[in-house]
Design a protein around this ligand. Structure first.
Ligand code: G
Ligand code: G
Ligand code: MN
Ligand code: NA
Length: 252
């Protein structure tokens, strides 16, 4: 398709950018950010990943695109490490199933860490539950190898998929992200409230940290905080932006 050849061209010519959305702890202090890719289309302007990630996945272009994202994110991490105000920040990077399943993924991550000098302990790979639909043993072994490099894992969109709780405790993950579809109506829909509280309790009992995404109002924040959720991300705290601004420091 035309969009596919545009995507190939932009990959060659560097037509992508990362935006950063802050993540905060229970005291409101920033702990880091999630990197979100944007396509700077030559004619159509900025395109959201929701509109091109599926195409990139279908065509396999997600592999080179995902590698670019990893490299750009790790360069940002390495830059943060140079400044006392930002040195402790972590950076979450979304990884597609197809990208994760690529045979060279572990080597790719290892190479990017080496080239950029990013501290792997500050790199958080966001995986989705759909990863766990097939060949769980292989996924676990790959995650374990990545874990040995020092990287962390977060399970994105948690609650929307089919992950078996039996697998969950075998995965070397650090964090569950409550999907924003549950956060949106957490105050008005009793089912969503129960789901959010259940994910928080599950996280606590498995020793995982739980982050609520898509937090837009003080009331949602308060409810989640009161029920034990200690990490937050959403428009209430900051939209995705091309640079990180914190305490007067601007790091590009
Ligand atoms: O930033 P935005 O809300 O438009 O993101 C839309 C979707 O695109 C989200 O589901 C997000 O997880 C996904 N996404 C954003 N950046 C990346 C990326 O770098 N890689 C992958 N695989 N998905 C991404
Ligand atoms: O699917 P994933 O969680 O990786 O992607 C995050 C997406 O959600 C980004 O595209 C981001 O722009 C969007 N987003 C982030 N915070 C909010 C929020 O508070 N409300 C809504 N509606 N979307 C958000
Ligand atoms: Mn994500
Ligand atoms: Na998500």
């Amino acid at each position: 398709s035309a969009l596919e050849s545009d995507l190939r061209r932009s990959l060659r010519e560097g037509g992508f950018a990362l935006h950063y959305q802050p993540q905060l702890d229970r005291d409101g202090n920033p702990t880091g950010a999630e990197a979100l890719v944007r396509w700077l289309h030559p004619e159509k302007g900025m395109i959201s990943p929701a509109d091109f990630i599926p195409l990139a996945e279908r065509t396999g272009l997600i592999v080179p695109l995902g590698n670019w994202v990893l490299e750009a994110a790790c360069r940002q991490l390495a830059a943060w490490q140079q400044d006392a105000h930002t040195a402790s920040l972590s950076l979450a990077v979304n990884v597609s199933v197809r990208q994760f399943r690529h045979p060279d993924f572990v080597e790719e991550v290892e190479g990017v860490i080496r080239r950029t000098g990013a501290n792997p302990a500050r790199l958080k790979l966001e995986l989705t539950e759909s990863l766990l639909l097939d060949d769980v043993e292989e996924i676990i072994s790959k995650m374990t190898r990545l874990r040995q490099l020092g990287v962390c894992f977060s399970l994105d969109d948690f609650g929307t998929g089919y992950s078996s709780l039996a697998y969950l405790k075998r995965l070397p993950i650090d964090q569950l992200k409550i999907d924003r579809s549950f956060v949106r109506d957490v105050l008005t829909d009793p089912n969503d409230a129960v789901i959010a509280r259940t994910i928080i309790a599950l996280g606590h009992s498995l020793g995982l940290n739980v982050l609520a995404e898509g937090v837009e109002t003080e009331a949602q924040h308060r409810f989640l905080l009161e029920h034990g959720c200690h990490h937050f991300q959403g428009f209430l705290f900051g939209r995705p932006r091309p640079v990180w601004r914190e305490a007067g420091v601007v790091v590009v």
